[in-house]
Design a protein around this ligand. Structure first.
Ligand SMILES: [Zn+2]
Length: 276
């Protein structure tokens, strides 16, 4: 029974997309947002101060704050964007922690505590294989943020967030520049969508010429997950809709991430019920 179900779920998995328009659009939005945020490059002294505040010995190479492996990059402690919206967080030494690349990419923009406690893949590896004490890691980072806040209050430390919207709207010239910036970004996205439609036409013609049976076999696999979703019963859809409604009222990254997990879990259960 389970084997059969597993196989069918596997068959419905999405095939690689032919273009990445939606991820390009979100990356343009993301870059536009990050591109206008404060970017404060730290000097060596500030880097050492951060490393020591995190409990590392400045005479040794710092380790990845999450897993304890060798540090190969800095990771934004608080994410710069949330979906297509920008957050108040900026790029500065007080919003960066030493990290390894797998932890940095594995975490993405998930809040660190939530990722360490519940995240899949790399986070699960840290929990299960590495025997790192997750709660101690979280406490250490929490303490670092507390320390940062105190030092910032005293004027001794670099900020990790900025009230970007207020600063823009209190400055007439900035308001105009921001409008220009946004409209250029929208133009780029429109052009990209236009180009993508032309690309699609070219692609279809070439596909049909090189593979005349395309319409008989082609489209089916990518549609199957969508088809499964569209066949869900009212009973299945009701709890999913309730979660979607909640998205409008949540405020923190933690809440959004938890809702996403819950939504995907319910969707998977509903699809599996349908396949039984
Ligand atoms: Zn790591």
């Amino acid at each position: 029974m389970d084997e059969k179900r597993g196989k069918k779920t596997w068959v419905s998995m999405k095939f690689p997309a032919s273009n990445k328009l939606s991820s390009l659009v979100s990356s343009i939005n993301r870059n536009a947002s990050i591109g206008m945020k404060p970017y404060i490059i730290p000097n060596s002294e500030e880097k050492i101060k951060a490393i020591e505040a995190l409990g590392f010995n400045k005479d040794e190479d710092p380790k990845c704050v999450y897993c304890g492996e060798e540090m190969t990059c800095w990771d934004h402690l608080n994410s710069m964007t949330l979906g297509s919206k920008e957050t108040e967080f900026i790029t500065s030494i007080s919003n960066a922690v030493p990290s390894c690349l797998p932890c940095n990419t594995g975490r993405g923009n998930i809040p660190y505590a939530l990722w360490l406690r519940t995240g899949e893949k790399r986070a699960a590896y840290i929990r299960d294989e590495k025997k790192v004490n997750i709660e101690n890691v979280i406490k250490k980072i929490d303490k670092y943020i507390e320390w940062s806040d105190e030092e910032i209050q005293k004027g001794n430390w670099v900020p990790y967030k900025a009230d970007i919207n207020r600063i823009i709207y209190e400055d007439e010239e900035l308001v105009k520049l921001k409008q220009k910036y946004d409209s250029l970004k929208d133009e780029i996205i429109d052009l990209l969508k236009h180009a993508s439609k032309i690309g699609e036409k070219i692609r279809e013609r070439i596909t049909k010429t090189s593979y005349p049976n395309y319409h008989k076999k082609g489209l089916e696999s990518n549609k199957s997950l969508e088809k499964l979703k569209s066949n869900l019963t009212e009973e299945d859809l009701q709890p999913l809709r309730q979660i979607v409604d909640q998205f409008t009222s949540v405020k923190t990254l933690e809440e959004i991430y938890e809702l996403k997990i819950e939504y995907n879990k319910l969707l998977k259960q509903a699809i599996n019920r349908q396949l039984r």
